[in-house]
Design a protein around this ligand. Structure first.
Ligand code: HEC
Ligand code: HEC
Length: 263
Protein backbone atom coordinates (compact mmCIF):
# COMPACT_ATOMS: atom_id res chain seq x y z
CA UNK A 1 0.00 0.00 0.00
CA UNK A 2 2.63 2.45 1.09
CA UNK A 3 4.88 1.75 -1.93
CA UNK A 4 2.03 2.49 -4.34
CA UNK A 5 1.28 5.74 -2.54
CA UNK A 6 4.89 6.95 -2.76
CA UNK A 7 5.20 5.89 -6.40
CA UNK A 8 2.07 7.80 -7.32
CA UNK A 9 3.31 11.02 -5.79
CA UNK A 10 6.92 10.86 -6.86
CA UNK A 11 6.55 12.40 -10.35
CA UNK A 12 4.68 15.42 -8.92
CA UNK A 13 7.39 15.98 -6.32
CA UNK A 14 10.15 15.85 -8.93
CA UNK A 15 8.32 18.37 -11.09
CA UNK A 16 8.06 20.77 -8.15
CA UNK A 17 11.79 20.51 -7.42
CA UNK A 18 12.66 21.11 -11.06
CA UNK A 19 10.49 24.22 -11.26
CA UNK A 20 12.19 25.61 -8.16
CA UNK A 21 15.66 24.98 -9.54
CA UNK A 22 14.77 26.56 -12.87
CA UNK A 23 13.54 29.77 -11.18
CA UNK A 24 16.85 30.37 -9.39
CA UNK A 25 19.12 33.01 -10.97
CA UNK A 26 22.02 31.60 -12.96
CA UNK A 27 24.58 33.08 -10.57
CA UNK A 28 23.12 31.38 -7.48
CA UNK A 29 25.37 28.66 -6.11
CA UNK A 30 24.51 25.34 -4.60
CA UNK A 31 24.44 25.96 -0.85
CA UNK A 32 25.49 22.34 -0.26
CA UNK A 33 28.97 23.20 -1.62
CA UNK A 34 29.37 25.74 1.17
CA UNK A 35 28.20 23.78 4.18
CA UNK A 36 28.71 20.46 5.92
CA UNK A 37 25.83 18.00 5.89
CA UNK A 38 23.56 17.01 8.77
CA UNK A 39 25.14 13.53 8.55
CA UNK A 40 28.57 15.14 9.14
CA UNK A 41 27.25 17.07 12.14
CA UNK A 42 25.67 13.96 13.66
CA UNK A 43 28.84 11.91 13.13
CA UNK A 44 30.79 14.72 14.78
CA UNK A 45 28.49 14.74 17.80
CA UNK A 46 29.29 11.06 18.41
CA UNK A 47 33.06 11.64 18.12
CA UNK A 48 32.82 14.67 20.37
CA UNK A 49 30.98 12.87 23.13
CA UNK A 50 33.34 9.89 22.96
CA UNK A 51 36.69 11.70 22.60
CA UNK A 52 36.45 15.38 23.48
CA UNK A 53 33.71 16.07 26.04
CA UNK A 54 35.84 14.69 28.87
CA UNK A 55 38.06 17.80 28.78
CA UNK A 56 36.11 20.31 26.67
CA UNK A 57 32.78 19.63 28.44
CA UNK A 58 29.30 19.07 27.04
CA UNK A 59 29.03 22.81 26.26
CA UNK A 60 32.50 23.11 24.74
CA UNK A 61 33.82 25.59 27.30
CA UNK A 62 35.67 23.21 29.61
CA UNK A 63 39.17 24.38 28.63
CA UNK A 64 40.36 27.89 29.58
CA UNK A 65 40.34 30.36 26.68
CA UNK A 66 38.60 27.90 24.34
CA UNK A 67 34.85 27.73 23.64
CA UNK A 68 34.33 25.19 20.88
CA UNK A 69 30.57 25.71 20.64
CA UNK A 70 30.90 29.48 20.21
CA UNK A 71 33.94 29.19 17.93
CA UNK A 72 36.37 30.83 20.37
CA UNK A 73 39.88 29.34 19.92
CA UNK A 74 43.47 30.11 20.87
CA UNK A 75 45.28 29.64 17.55
CA UNK A 76 42.71 27.93 15.34
CA UNK A 77 41.12 29.95 12.53
CA UNK A 78 40.22 27.70 9.61
CA UNK A 79 38.61 24.25 9.41
CA UNK A 80 42.00 22.83 8.43
CA UNK A 81 43.46 24.31 11.63
CA UNK A 82 40.89 22.31 13.63
CA UNK A 83 41.86 19.14 11.72
CA UNK A 84 45.55 19.84 12.38
CA UNK A 85 45.10 20.44 16.12
CA UNK A 86 43.05 17.25 16.48
CA UNK A 87 45.46 15.04 14.51
CA UNK A 88 48.64 16.53 16.01
CA UNK A 89 47.54 17.66 19.46
CA UNK A 90 49.05 20.72 21.13
CA UNK A 91 52.62 20.16 22.30
CA UNK A 92 53.20 20.95 25.95
CA UNK A 93 49.48 20.90 26.82
CA UNK A 94 46.88 18.30 27.76
CA UNK A 95 45.38 18.42 24.24
CA UNK A 96 46.19 14.93 22.87
CA UNK A 97 46.54 13.82 19.25
CA UNK A 98 43.80 11.62 17.75
CA UNK A 99 43.93 9.07 14.98
CA UNK A 100 40.61 9.83 13.26
CA UNK A 101 39.35 9.04 9.77
CA UNK A 102 38.74 11.87 7.29
CA UNK A 103 34.97 11.40 7.79
CA UNK A 104 35.34 11.66 11.57
CA UNK A 105 37.48 14.79 11.20
CA UNK A 106 34.91 16.33 8.86
CA UNK A 107 32.27 15.44 11.43
CA UNK A 108 34.11 17.09 14.32
CA UNK A 109 34.63 20.28 12.28
CA UNK A 110 30.96 20.26 11.22
CA UNK A 111 29.78 19.77 14.82
CA UNK A 112 31.94 22.69 16.00
CA UNK A 113 30.88 24.97 13.10
CA UNK A 114 27.21 24.13 13.70
CA UNK A 115 27.60 25.39 17.28
CA UNK A 116 26.93 21.86 18.61
CA UNK A 117 23.43 22.06 17.11
CA UNK A 118 22.50 18.91 15.14
CA UNK A 119 19.93 20.90 13.17
CA UNK A 120 22.27 23.89 12.75
CA UNK A 121 24.07 25.18 9.67
CA UNK A 122 27.78 24.33 9.53
CA UNK A 123 29.43 26.86 7.22
CA UNK A 124 32.83 25.94 5.79
CA UNK A 125 35.56 28.29 7.04
CA UNK A 126 38.69 28.44 4.91
CA UNK A 127 42.15 29.95 5.18
CA UNK A 128 42.27 33.64 6.23
CA UNK A 129 45.52 34.43 4.36
CA UNK A 130 44.16 33.06 1.09
CA UNK A 131 40.87 34.83 1.84
CA UNK A 132 42.62 38.17 2.23
CA UNK A 133 44.38 37.74 -1.12
CA UNK A 134 41.02 36.98 -2.78
CA UNK A 135 39.33 39.88 -0.99
CA UNK A 136 41.97 42.29 -2.27
CA UNK A 137 42.42 40.65 -5.69
CA UNK A 138 40.10 38.46 -7.70
CA UNK A 139 37.05 39.08 -5.46
CA UNK A 140 37.32 42.86 -6.03
CA UNK A 141 35.84 43.47 -2.60
CA UNK A 142 38.19 46.37 -1.76
CA UNK A 143 36.79 48.26 -4.75
CA UNK A 144 33.77 48.99 -2.58
CA UNK A 145 34.63 47.99 1.00
CA UNK A 146 37.13 49.53 3.37
CA UNK A 147 39.15 47.45 5.87
CA UNK A 148 41.63 49.06 8.28
CA UNK A 149 41.84 52.24 6.23
CA UNK A 150 42.30 50.55 2.84
CA UNK A 151 39.65 50.51 0.13
CA UNK A 152 36.58 52.47 -0.86
CA UNK A 153 33.94 53.63 1.60
CA UNK A 154 31.48 55.48 -0.49
CA UNK A 155 28.55 53.15 -0.82
CA UNK A 156 29.62 50.04 1.04
CA UNK A 157 29.98 49.44 4.78
CA UNK A 158 33.44 49.39 6.41
CA UNK A 159 34.21 45.75 7.20
CA UNK A 160 37.01 46.42 9.71
CA UNK A 161 35.05 44.90 12.62
CA UNK A 162 32.72 42.58 10.73
CA UNK A 163 34.21 39.51 12.46
CA UNK A 164 32.74 40.70 15.77
CA UNK A 165 29.39 41.74 14.35
CA UNK A 166 28.45 38.74 12.17
CA UNK A 167 28.50 34.96 12.29
CA UNK A 168 30.00 32.83 9.52
CA UNK A 169 26.46 31.93 8.41
CA UNK A 170 25.46 35.60 8.10
CA UNK A 171 28.62 36.45 6.13
CA UNK A 172 28.02 33.54 3.80
CA UNK A 173 24.44 34.64 3.18
CA UNK A 174 25.56 38.15 2.23
CA UNK A 175 28.23 36.89 -0.17
CA UNK A 176 26.00 34.31 -1.88
CA UNK A 177 22.73 36.24 -1.87
CA UNK A 178 23.21 39.94 -1.03
CA UNK A 179 19.56 40.75 -1.71
CA UNK A 180 18.21 38.26 0.79
CA UNK A 181 20.75 39.37 3.40
CA UNK A 182 20.28 43.11 2.94
CA UNK A 183 19.95 44.82 6.31
CA UNK A 184 17.17 47.42 6.41
CA UNK A 185 19.60 49.98 7.79
CA UNK A 186 22.30 49.58 5.10
CA UNK A 187 19.92 50.29 2.25
CA UNK A 188 20.78 52.68 -0.55
CA UNK A 189 18.65 55.85 -0.47
CA UNK A 190 17.86 58.75 -2.73
CA UNK A 191 16.54 62.05 -1.43
CA UNK A 192 15.71 65.39 -3.02
CA UNK A 193 15.83 68.45 -0.73
CA UNK A 194 13.44 71.39 -0.92
CA UNK A 195 16.37 73.33 -2.37
CA UNK A 196 16.46 70.87 -5.30
CA UNK A 197 19.67 69.00 -4.36
CA UNK A 198 19.62 65.25 -5.06
CA UNK A 199 21.42 63.22 -2.40
CA UNK A 200 22.31 59.56 -2.91
CA UNK A 201 23.94 57.41 -0.29
CA UNK A 202 23.78 54.54 2.13
CA UNK A 203 21.55 54.88 5.17
CA UNK A 204 23.29 54.53 8.53
CA UNK A 205 20.47 55.45 10.85
CA UNK A 206 16.98 56.83 10.72
CA UNK A 207 14.40 58.11 13.19
CA UNK A 208 11.06 59.89 12.86
CA UNK A 209 12.56 63.28 11.98
CA UNK A 210 16.00 62.67 10.46
CA UNK A 211 18.02 60.25 8.36
CA UNK A 212 21.82 59.84 8.62
CA UNK A 213 23.76 58.61 5.63
CA UNK A 214 27.12 58.35 3.93
CA UNK A 215 26.60 60.23 0.67
CA UNK A 216 28.13 59.33 -2.70
CA UNK A 217 31.07 61.66 -1.93
CA UNK A 218 31.86 59.66 1.20
CA UNK A 219 30.58 62.42 3.54
CA UNK A 220 28.55 61.68 6.66
CA UNK A 221 25.30 63.68 6.44
CA UNK A 222 22.18 64.15 8.46
CA UNK A 223 19.04 65.25 6.65
CA UNK A 224 15.91 66.60 8.31
CA UNK A 225 12.95 64.82 6.77
CA UNK A 226 10.91 68.03 6.92
CA UNK A 227 13.40 69.54 4.43
CA UNK A 228 13.00 66.74 1.88
CA UNK A 229 10.79 66.85 -1.18
CA UNK A 230 11.44 63.19 -2.08
CA UNK A 231 12.82 60.29 -0.08
CA UNK A 232 13.26 56.76 -1.46
CA UNK A 233 14.78 53.68 0.13
CA UNK A 234 15.93 50.98 -2.30
CA UNK A 235 15.16 47.40 -1.38
CA UNK A 236 17.65 45.71 -3.69
CA UNK A 237 21.29 45.32 -2.65
CA UNK A 238 24.06 47.20 -4.45
CA UNK A 239 26.31 44.21 -3.94
CA UNK A 240 26.04 41.42 -6.56
CA UNK A 241 26.09 37.66 -5.84
CA UNK A 242 29.67 36.43 -6.09
CA UNK A 243 31.15 34.38 -8.90
CA UNK A 244 33.90 33.03 -6.61
CA UNK A 245 34.09 29.25 -6.12
CA UNK A 246 32.85 27.54 -2.96
CA UNK A 247 36.46 27.11 -1.72
CA UNK A 248 37.21 30.78 -2.35
CA UNK A 249 34.06 31.89 -0.52
CA UNK A 250 35.11 29.71 2.45
CA UNK A 251 38.53 31.42 2.45
CA UNK A 252 36.96 34.90 2.30
CA UNK A 253 34.70 33.99 5.26
CA UNK A 254 37.82 32.80 7.13
CA UNK A 255 39.39 36.21 6.48
CA UNK A 256 36.29 38.25 7.41
CA UNK A 257 36.00 36.40 10.74
CA UNK A 258 39.50 37.64 11.66
CA UNK A 259 38.47 41.31 11.19
CA UNK A 260 37.94 42.49 14.73
CA UNK A 261 39.11 46.09 14.62
CA UNK A 262 42.69 47.29 15.04
CA UNK A 263 43.87 46.22 18.46
C1 HEC B 1 42.73 15.37 27.80
C2 HEC B 1 42.03 16.60 27.58
C3 HEC B 1 41.59 16.93 26.16
C4 HEC B 1 40.91 16.15 25.25
C5 HEC B 1 40.44 14.70 25.44
C6 HEC B 1 40.69 16.97 24.09
N1 HEC B 1 41.22 18.20 24.27
FE1 HEC B 1 41.20 19.72 22.91
N2 HEC B 1 42.29 20.87 24.19
C7 HEC B 1 42.68 20.51 25.44
C8 HEC B 1 43.49 21.55 26.01
C9 HEC B 1 44.10 21.57 27.40
C10 HEC B 1 43.54 22.58 25.03
C11 HEC B 1 44.32 23.91 25.13
C12 HEC B 1 45.65 23.73 24.45
C13 HEC B 1 46.55 24.93 24.61
O1 HEC B 1 47.14 25.06 25.68
O2 HEC B 1 46.63 25.73 23.64
C14 HEC B 1 42.78 22.10 23.91
C15 HEC B 1 42.59 22.84 22.75
C16 HEC B 1 41.77 22.46 21.70
C17 HEC B 1 41.46 23.28 20.56
C18 HEC B 1 41.89 24.72 20.33
C19 HEC B 1 43.28 24.86 19.82
C20 HEC B 1 43.66 26.29 19.51
O3 HEC B 1 44.87 26.57 19.59
O4 HEC B 1 42.84 27.14 19.19
C21 HEC B 1 40.62 22.56 19.77
C22 HEC B 1 40.02 22.99 18.44
C23 HEC B 1 40.43 21.29 20.41
N3 HEC B 1 41.15 21.26 21.58
C24 HEC B 1 39.62 20.30 19.91
C25 HEC B 1 39.51 19.04 20.52
C26 HEC B 1 38.72 17.98 19.93
C27 HEC B 1 37.92 18.09 18.64
C28 HEC B 1 38.83 16.91 20.77
C29 HEC B 1 38.26 15.53 20.58
C30 HEC B 1 38.56 14.87 19.33
C31 HEC B 1 39.68 17.34 21.88
N4 HEC B 1 40.04 18.63 21.68
C32 HEC B 1 40.00 16.53 22.96
C33 HEC B 1 42.40 19.32 26.09
C34 HEC B 1 41.77 18.24 25.52
C1 HEC C 1 29.86 47.09 -6.00
C2 HEC C 1 30.33 47.27 -4.65
C3 HEC C 1 30.56 46.05 -3.79
C4 HEC C 1 31.42 45.00 -4.02
C5 HEC C 1 32.31 44.76 -5.22
C6 HEC C 1 31.32 44.15 -2.86
N1 HEC C 1 30.41 44.65 -1.97
FE1 HEC C 1 29.92 43.88 -0.16
N2 HEC C 1 28.50 45.31 0.08
C7 HEC C 1 28.31 46.37 -0.76
C8 HEC C 1 27.20 47.19 -0.26
C9 HEC C 1 26.67 48.47 -0.87
C10 HEC C 1 26.75 46.57 0.93
C11 HEC C 1 25.57 47.01 1.80
C12 HEC C 1 24.36 46.23 1.37
C13 HEC C 1 24.00 46.49 -0.07
O1 HEC C 1 23.49 47.55 -0.40
O2 HEC C 1 24.30 45.60 -0.91
C14 HEC C 1 27.60 45.38 1.11
C15 HEC C 1 27.50 44.49 2.16
C16 HEC C 1 28.45 43.54 2.48
C17 HEC C 1 28.50 42.78 3.70
C18 HEC C 1 27.51 42.87 4.85
C19 HEC C 1 27.94 43.85 5.89
C20 HEC C 1 27.10 43.73 7.13
O3 HEC C 1 27.07 44.71 7.89
O4 HEC C 1 26.54 42.66 7.37
C21 HEC C 1 29.58 41.92 3.61
C22 HEC C 1 30.03 40.91 4.65
C23 HEC C 1 30.20 42.16 2.33
N3 HEC C 1 29.49 43.14 1.68
C24 HEC C 1 31.31 41.48 1.87
C25 HEC C 1 31.81 41.60 0.57
C26 HEC C 1 32.83 40.73 0.01
C27 HEC C 1 33.50 39.60 0.74
C28 HEC C 1 33.02 41.15 -1.27
C29 HEC C 1 33.95 40.55 -2.32
C30 HEC C 1 33.71 39.15 -2.63
C31 HEC C 1 32.13 42.28 -1.51
N4 HEC C 1 31.40 42.51 -0.37
C32 HEC C 1 32.04 42.98 -2.69
C33 HEC C 1 29.00 46.66 -1.90
C34 HEC C 1 29.93 45.82 -2.50
Amino acid sequence: MRVTFAAMHLPRLCAAVLTLAASLPAAAQNLADHTYTTTDIEAGARVYIADCALCHGANGDGVDGVDLRRGRFRTVRSDDDVRRVVTQGVAGSRMPSFDLSAAELNGIVAYIRAGFDPSGVAVRVGDPARGQAIFEGQGRCVGCHRVNGVGGRRLAPDLGEIGIARTAAALQRTILDPNAALLPINRPIRAVTRGGETVRGRRLNEDTYTVQLIDSEGQLRSLAKADLREYEVTTTATMRPTSLSADQVADVIGYLLTLRGIS
